[in-house]
Every structure is written in C-alpha cells, then in structure tokens.
Design a protein around this ligand. Structure first.
Ligand code: MCN
Length: 794
C-alpha cells in the first residue's frame, strides 16, 4: 500500500484554511431553505399530540376550504400507493429467527405511536396559510396508555403493544461471543466488578433543522428533491426502490450546503417522501422547513441504553472475561440504521483497547412510544466506550490500582489483533497515547491542584477514558455478513480538464467536515498540482455517479480511497500519453511531483501538457489510446479503520451547588495519516463538545404519558463555549494498513471518548463523600443530590 509514501507528499499534513469557509463566512452558502422554486407551495405536517392512540377519523373538510390551501393528504389518502420507510439492517435472533420489522407508514394510517408522528400534510400557497389550515384539521383519537422507558419495556408488564407484529414490543434479541467460555471464566475469577448504568437519550440538534423541497416536471417526467441530508444517493435509492417504486433515473436528489447533521440527516424521513410524491399529485413544487420543535419531536434521537456489565479479573487486575446485557430503546419505528447501532456498532466494540480473552454481550431491542432512535455522532461506539471505560475505572477503584495502571496492564500491544467480538484491529499504539496524554494533562501536578481546590472548599477529580472505534463504515463483506442490505463502498470520479485543473466528484457528502479542502489536498498531492486547481463536487445524484454518503467517519478512508483508486487509473492512462509524447515505452515512464520522466534520462513533460494532449491529441495513436482523462472508481474497504486514544478530564465541583466545571481536558488520538491537522482539530473539538455536553447537561426526557418534556432549548441544555476550557490535543500516528492513505476516521472520536472521562472525573471528585455511582448528565441538581445521598451513607 502507498501509505508511507503518501504521507510524505506536499499538502499532506498541511493545515490549510478551509476552501469552503469563504462562502460560509460571507453569507454565500446555499442551504436548502435558501432555494425557492417557481410555482412553489409550502407544507406543514399535522403531528400527533399523543404518544399512543388509535386514529378514529381525520376530518379535512373545513381545512380544505381555508384560504390558499392547495391540497391535504392523510394516511388513508396514500394507503396502498407506496411502501413504508425501510430499515437498512436486518438482525437475526440467536435462534435464527428474524427480527420484527413492523410497517412504518409514511403518514400514520390507523394508529399514532409517538408524539410528533405524522398524521397529515397540508399544502398551501404560504407557510402561514398552511399553518392555519393544519390547525383546522380535526383528528379524532382514542388515546391508549403509552410505553415510554426501555426499562419498562424490558419488564414486559406494561400491557401496551405498539405493533401487532411484536406483541411483547421486542424487536430482537441479539448476542455475540461465547457465553459458556465467559461463564467458566467468571467461575475462576479472583474478583468480579459489577456496574449498572444508563446511557441517556440525546437529540442531535444540528444548527440547520431539516428542510426539503419536492418538485416534479411533467415535461420530463422527473422529480427533484432538494433536501438537507447526509447521503443523497442512499436517500434516492431507498425512496425509489422501497417506497415509491419509481425508476431511479427519474429522481434527482440534491443536498446543497448542509448546516450539520451529526447522524440525524442520514435517514430517509417521511417528510421527504411526502413532498416528492405530492409534488406530482398537485403539480406544484412543495417546500417544508422544519421548525426547531419538530427537530426535537421527530428527528431520530440517539443513545438510550440501560445496561448491566460485569468484569472478571485475576488477582493482579488482568481482565479474564466481560459479560454485558443491554436493553436498547429503538423508539416507535425502525429508522434506517437503528437496528445496527446497538448491535454491530456497539457490542463489537466492547473489547476496547484490552486483551480481555472472553466477551459475551446480549442486546434486547424494544419498541416504545417515543421518537425513533438511530445513529447520533458515534452511534453505538460512544455507548460501548461509556460502558467499558466506566467499568474499567470501577475495576481500578475496587482493585486499588491506578487508573492508568489497570488500563496499561490490559492494553493490546501486538497487531493485528483479533478480538473475541468479531473485529480485527490492524494497528494502534495504546501505551503511546496513554503516556502522551498523561504528560500533556500534567497528571503529576494533579495532587497540588486538588489541594488548591480543597483550600477553596471545592472538590477536584480526574477521569480517564481509553477508547477505540471502528470507522470507515463499512466493508461490504463484513456489512453483508452482519445483515446489511447493501455494502457501504464509496465512489470517486476524477475529471482532468484540458488545462490540467481537476474536478472531483465524490459520494462523500460534506456537511461541515471540510471535504472540499481535504479531498482537494489529496488530489493535489497525488498529481503535483496546486490545491486551488482542484474543485470538489458532492451532494447531487445528477452530477456524482454514486455514493453511500457521510457517516461513521468514513469519508477520507473510504471516499478518499476511492479517489486514490480513480487517480491510479488517471496516472496509468496519463503515463501512456506521456510515453507517446516522449517517444518512450509505457513501462519506462515515471511520475512524481507533477512531472512525467523517462526513467534514467532527463526527458520530461509536466502533467498539464499531458492533460492538454489528452483532449487535443497531436499525432495521437487514436486506435490504441482513447482521448480524454476522466476516470471513476469504486472502493470497498477490506476492514474498518480503528482510531483510538486516551482522554483525561479534570473537573472541579462546587460543594454548595453541585456545579461541575471541566477545568482541563486532554485528548490524544491516533488517526493514522492526517491530511489536514487544522480540520482534524476542529472535528475533535466538535466531538468533544458533544460528548462533554452529554456528560454534563444534555438529556432527553419523556413523561410517563410519552410527552416530550425537553422539547425546546429552554429545557434541553446545549453546551456553550463558556462551558469548556481550551482543549489540549495531540496525536500519535500508526497508519492504517489497508487503505492507500493510511488514514483513520476522526469525525466521531471526541464524542466517543469524552463522556466516560468526564463521569469518571466526577466520581473521582465525589469519592470522599462516598458516591460510587452516577448516571449522566452531571447537572448541578443531580450532582448535589448524589452528594447529599453519598454523605448520608458514609
Ligand atoms: N481527516 C483528515 N485526516 C484524517 C481523518 C480525517 O484530514 N486522518 C479529515 C477528512 O478529510 C474530513 C474530516 O477530517 O475533512 C472528517 O473526516 P472523517 O473522519 O473521514 O469523517 P467524515 O468526513 O466521514 O464525517 C463524518 C463524521 C460523523 S460520523 C459525524 S456524526 C459528524 C462529523 O463527522 N457530523 C458532523 N463531523 C461533523 N462536523 C460538522 N461540522 N457537522 C457535522 O454534522
């Protein structure tokens, strides 16, 4: 593989400012809501105010006569005309029976199953007219009791059934690992550490809410959907193949500038289907701009696990076996990736950085009367890291070992390493990350800082987290074997123009990750041209050949590798043209630093001249060499990439108020070869803020009737810059061995590694008060309560 050579090329590792920022910073970005089409109408969705109810009737008579109304559709109007929303991953129960996959109707037909469920769409000339008419739609509900918490679902005593297909509300039971071997190892353990914990439900909250415009051209019999989405090709594929039954070439999906997604915009949502379908029925383009309250109610949520974990150890704190049971909340319906998140993306990561020889994980997944739960930044891997790193820290406390010591005693040191839960790590240096992190965090100075805090009547604690994640989702052979309906490869096209400039078409959509810069760096490095000579096009099924989109920190390692493969083809063809121009044989041509040379001579020509000759042939052997310099490649990775690192958090807690202040946060990560360190740092900052946000304040709460109590920023706390210290960041580099760039993903790391570091620090600070356990978020009220209870029990 070309990894080591590649890392040394110009532009690789260069902290270039983002090319795209000029348009964003000058207000020239084009988001979906900035687009207005001719003949456009506006749509408002009537949503269920109940978590669980039978729809007795939907009366649109009065609403239809309201000013400006163009059309109103309810579930009954579309019944039989389209399929339900599909789920992309099938999970089998351990006995081989398939999971339950109830129909997810585009508009609710007989029943609503969560507050915010789609009941009807109202289309009018203006947003205000659509809102007024939506209020005049009369829905008669027969309200049922709701099942809300995953813990209640697991007890199977609620008496509530959401879907007839799953009478006990269980979607699947899934397991991985050797149960008998794990049970045997526990019999021989010197010590067993146990932990119950909750991973709190989160709302993704991108800055730009979801927006879509559906339009239809009678003249061309073509649909265009503009949508704020992370993977336009998959959106089109799911919508045409599974829901609307349309020929794919008659539907174009354009995802222009997207103001963040964090996972919540990967999926095909009901709104997108409704707008596309209804644009033909009404022969008008239809725009829907989601409001913030709709983000809270019906964008897919994240996390929501309840788990019990046990670690068996020998007398020296060496891990012998790990046993985990998790109940996962899937919400009311299956979202696109939801079944994969608590299984393939969670349980397979529970080996962490450790040599634990036996692991057994059971996952029970449940339907509840809440919004669908799917991938939120990290998706399954934060849940795995949180469980494991909380458990490891507790092991250390119980074994009287240092937080670093217990981890170091169990670190994997030889690669490749096959875990007992399916994954094979290719590279890593966990000791180096730990050592660097300790140094940067000034662990040696902690005792003095703790004394200083105590002198001011404050508590101080330090917490560790050593994470690993599987990125570059997903090798199609592994994905297929694990139940995916499709492999998750990526596509890249390189179009070299006659003047030697290049346009790159990539299936990796950028919605904040800076692909227009980093992908240009890759191409410029390979071809020996200026970064400014490369433009990157993404997010349009009409321009990009194909794509699987952006999630699972896959873009540089899978999308970038597809570009490298296309560049291999470009180089091979360009060498033939150079050979013709230099009157040498193809085999004697070498290419480096933007020049083709005849091996062993000083005969050479620049890349630009070859590009020109490709389009303006001179004495060209047309019978042997086709003109043009344009190549497409698909890249299917052979393995995931495995970024990892050690994070150290230091908190100070006010004893009077319970307020937790993150005083220091150190993150040392291994992302393999780094293309642009400034962009990578930005990605880590964003992830850390989201992870620390989960640990300290973000929390999605439903009441027992399924009403969302945290449905706005008044009740759902989002972190702000003032909540963080300057992060201390550094990296270790062990290049990935199986992609041509040597890169590992960086987009989710911060959100994965940080929550347990924060809570371990909180627990360390509260230890003198006898507090041994604590669930996120560490809000002042909850910490204060824990301090009172802890003090009372000591
Ligand atoms: N990069 C690099 N060197 C590396 C790894 C990455 O220079 N060794 C660069 C890449 O070229 C890319 C960026 O860092 O420009 C992130 O790359 P990668 O880790 O491959 O992740 P993706 O581009 O696939 O982004 C997905 C990831 C995920 S899963 C979520 S969720 C997320 C995230 O990225 N959502 C985001 N970061 C986000 N950032 C913003 N601003 N908005 C979101 O919605």
């Amino acid at each position: 593989m070309g990894a080591p050579d590649f890392a040394g090329l110009p532009h690789i590792g260069e902290a270039l400012k983002r090319k795209e920022d000029y348009r964003f910073l000058t207000g020239a970005g084009q988001y979906t809501d900035d687009i207005d089409l001719a003949n456009q109408t506006h749509c408002i969705f009537v949503r269920s105010p109940h978590a669980h109810a039978t729809i007795k009737s939907v009366d649109i008579a009065a609403a239809s006569k309201m000013p400006g109304v163009v059309g109103i559709f309810s579930g009954k109007d579309i019944e039989g005309k389209m399929g339900g929303l599909p789920c992309g991953w099938l999970i089998n129960n351990p006995d081989g029976t398939p999971m339950k996959e109830p129909m997810h109707p585009i508009l609710a037909i007989n029943k609503v199953r969560y507050v915010g469920d789609h009941v009807a769409m109202v289309v009018a000339e203006t947003v205000e007219q659509a809102k007024n008419a939506a209020e005049a739609v009369v829905v008669d509900y027969d309200v049922h009791p709701a099942l809300v918490s995953v813990a209640d679902a697991a007890k199977k005593q609620s008496g509530v059934t959401l879907h007839a297909e799953a009478p006990d509300n269980q979607c699947y039971k899934w397991a991985i690992g050797d149960k008998a071997a794990v049970d045997a190892a526990f019999q021989n353990a010197a010590h067993v550490t146990k932990l119950d914990l909750v991973n709190n439900r989160l709302v993704p909250n991108p800055m730009e809410p979801r927006v879509a415009i559906g339009s239809y051209s009678r003249a061309n019999e073509e649909y265009v959907l503009y949508v704020s989405n992370q993977n336009p090709h998959v959106e089109r594929l799911l919508m045409t193949a599974f829901v609307l039954g349309l020929p794919e070439h008659k539907v174009r999906v354009i995802a222009p500038d997207v103001g963040g997604g964090f996972g919540s915009k990967i999926y095909l949502y009901a709104e997108d289907v409704c707008l596309t379908w209804a644009s033909k029925q009404l022969n008008r383009s239809i725009k829907w701009t989601g409001e913030r309250s709709e983000c809270f109610l019906s964008d897919a949520h994240g996390r929501d696990h309840v788990s019990h974990a046990e670690m068996a150890m020998d007398a020296q704190g060496k891990f012998l076996a790990l046993r985990v049971h998790t109940d996962a909340n899937l919400g009311a319906y299956l979202s696109t990736f939801s079944t994969a998140v608590p299984t393939i993306l969670y349980a397979t990561l529970l080996a962490g950085q450790y040599t634990t020889p036996q692991i057994y994980v059971e996952v029970d997944a449940w339907f509840t009367n809440t919004a669908p739960v799917d991938a939120y930044r990290g998706a399954g891997r934060p849940e795995a890291t949180y469980l494991l790193e909380r458990l490891v820290s507790r092991c250390a406390w119980e074994m009287n070992l240092g937080q670093d010591e217990i981890r170091k005693r169990n670190f994997i040191t030889a690669f490749p390493y096959q875990t007992p839960v399916a994954l094979q790590y290719d590279t890593g240096d966990f000791h180096a990350c730990m050592d660097k992190s300790k140094q940067l965090a000034d662990v040696a100075g902690f005792a003095a800082r703790k004394s200083a805090s105590e002198a001011q009547g404050k508590l101080r604690g330090m917490g560790y987290s050593s994470y690993i994640e599987a990125c570059g989702i997903a090798p199609s052979n592994i994905a297929g074997a694990l139940g995916a309906r499709a492999g998750l490869f990526e596509c890249g096209e390189i179009r070299v123009h006659p003047t030697g400039s290049v346009t790159v078409f990539t299936g990796s959509h950028s919605h904040g990750q800076g692909h227009e810069t980093t992908f240009a760096q890759v191409v410029a490095a390979r071809l020996g041209i200026a970064v400014e000579a490369v433009d990157v096009v993404h997010g349009d099924t009409g321009r990009v050949p194909f794509g699987m989109g952006t999630y699972g920190s896959r873009s540089i390692s899978v999308g970038g590798a597809a570009i490298m493969k296309a560049l291999d083809k470009i180089e091979a063809k360009a060498k033939k043209i150079a050979a013709h121009l230099l009157e040498a044989s193809d085999a004697d041509i070498e290419f480096a630093n933007g020049e083709f040379t005849v091996k062993g001579t000083d005969k050479k020509i620049p890349f630009g001249q070859v590009a020109l000759t490709a389009y303006v042939p001179h004495n060209y052997p047309l019978d042997k060499l086709e003109p043009g310099l344009n190549e497409t490649a698909f890249y299917d990775p052979t393995n995931f990439t495995f970024p990892g690192g050690t994070y150290i958090c230091e908190v100070e807690i006010d004893k009077q108020t319970g307020e937790v202040r993150v005083d220091r946060f150190t993150a040392v990560d291994d992302f393999g070869t780094i293309i642009n360190p400034m962009i990578v740092e930005g990605q880590v900052h964003g992830g850390l803020v989201q992870g620390i946000g989960q640990a300290l304040m973000e929390n999605c709460v439903y009441d027992s009737e399924g009403q969302l109590l945290t449905g706005s920023f008044m009740d759902y706390a989002m972190p702000r810059a003032e909540d963080f210290p300057m992060f201390k960041l550094d990296t270790v580099c062990t290049p990935c061995t199986h992609n041509p760039l040597g890169t590992k993903g960086c987009g989710e790391a911060g959100a994965i590694g940080s929550p347990p570091a924060v809570i371990n620090a909180v627990l360390d600070a509260l230890a003198p008060l006898g507090v041994k356990d604590f669930d996120m978020p560490a809000s002042p009220h909850r910490v204060w309560e824990a301090m009172q209870k802890g003090s009372a029990s000591t």
